[in-house]
Design a protein. Sequence first.
Length: 641
Amino acid sequence: MSGIAGLYYLDGRPVDTDINRMVDKMEHRGPDEQAVWTSGPVGIGHCMLHTTPESLHASLPQESSQSGCVITADARIDNREDLIQGLRLPTDPDRVIPDTTLILRAYEEWGRDCVQHLLGAFSFAIWDPREEHAFCAIDHFGVRPLYYYHEQRRIFAFASEIKSLLALDDVPEEPDEVRLADHLLTPIEEDSTRTYFKDISGLAPAHVFTVGPNHATETQYWALDPSQEVQLSSDEEYAERFHSLFRDAVGARLRSTTPVGCMLSGGLDSSSIACQAAKMSGRSSGSPSVHTFSAVFGEETGSDESPYIKSVLSKYDELQPHFIQGDEKSPLADWDELYEYVDGACTAGNIYIFWRSNRSARDHGIRVMLDGFDGDTTVSYGKGFFYELREEGRLLRLATEAALLANHWGESPRHVAWNWVKGSVVSLPVISQLMKVRQYLKGQSEDAPERHMGPAWQNMLSEETARKVAPHVSNDNGSAPKTDHEHHRAQLDQAVMKRILDLWNQVGAASSVETRYPFYDKRLVEFCLALPPEQKIRWGWDRFVMRRAMEGVLPSAVQWREDKGDLSLALDENLIAHERPLLNRLMDDDFGGVDRFVSSDHLREAVRNYLDGKTGSGHEGKGLFVWRALSLALWLRHRDL
């Protein structure tokens, strides 16, 4: 993880020192070296953080002696050998080719199609003086962010962080009310490019952006294909193939100039990464080579996963554990410092755990952290199979699988099974007509005040904000996907995934720690999406193929664990215990200016219920809304917006 920035004055103005101000704002991303390259109206900047052995031989921005093109990049390329061969580059073992040089050579060879040949995590920009345009690209899942501001025929600026763009006088600092409403749980249409600032966009995953004096073109170069299917001969072959891809994904992310860290929650995903990394690390050295970072909770047992964490640590001597006491102080204890680095309100309530883990990693000289984020979605819980079974009328199989899954998760098998089956039952013509009559009569009843109320999201927002965001609210009619592959792809494409990746990127950057995600490996994701649904859920076991694939790698207690820790329980308990006065202040109309966007009456009721423990189980309902409103108020106050 490094920091990149660029400025192109489309009206011909010289960049002067403006690019330096952009780089200075991101110095924390690259403490090893900061440098700029300028030529008239174009400026390119870079903040270097050495995280791979090859990066030690890189100097950026880099200008090509062949084409005059200039590159700045935040990149880790995983298919280096294929690129070196495809580009016909020398393979002298004494000559190290940095990843950024490979990208630049790929652009010179294949032009804008160079991204079709790249595998890994990357965001980069190339100034091409031959075409007088800037070419920007981001990896398949948007692991490495790239934000930009574009005003036609006047200015184009890009950077790894929004704060770098806001260092320019030309870039306005106006909050985007649609994004704020989305933050406050309004069902806004999916859009991963929206940021908390109205005029600043994020480049969407798997997109390239080309900008010249009189043109700007954004193009998607790759997308998941739900029509692809993998057909192997046995469960064993599926498990072996999964393990091979997973091993490659972890191995590609172990290239590091420092010891590697790993977030270890005790769940299936993070434990699989930690165990696989331990198996692949320098076992012969006899010293721990993978550091694990785990949050433990003494009071809230529903959030504490210590038994599973200990089972992983006891299996591998190569793991050196570090523990963060998740309930020893307020979740907001580091908030003032944290908000110096993040570029928006904090959506994730568990951000304080990642902040403290990355600070600990920095103190132990670690620059690379592996994380199991979104393994759930990549491998899939198999819920899409339930839609498929219901669509095909296979209700007995549907009821059986739903009941078995509920039993594993400690829920009522009968209740869960009926909730899935009843959709098919009520769709029968006679039952459907009876339901319509019932709804009509209910609507005519004097006991139906809800018919006078607006949608739930409208009641949460201020009248002004609700009016402005109404055109952007999703009109999804709730139609369910018909196949498992359709459902799985929809889950993988959710905008919230990209936003969490961006947030974690900023949290890691604050400590000069690069977070890497094995479950966001293109090869692994494509394989999992193409799996038959029976490999995703079987006999009530979600992520079935992964559980089988990790046989012998994971401790059995983790491999077949049925429950999952709920960090929201600890967040709620500690927030109320440590921040009750602050939560009470949230009910004041002038706190942080949040009343401009939130309905004051709704917020007061939600806070009162939250403080009284009337939020349902965990972080559901109004408890989540309170957290979102509080984090928004604190951000608005910090930014003075």
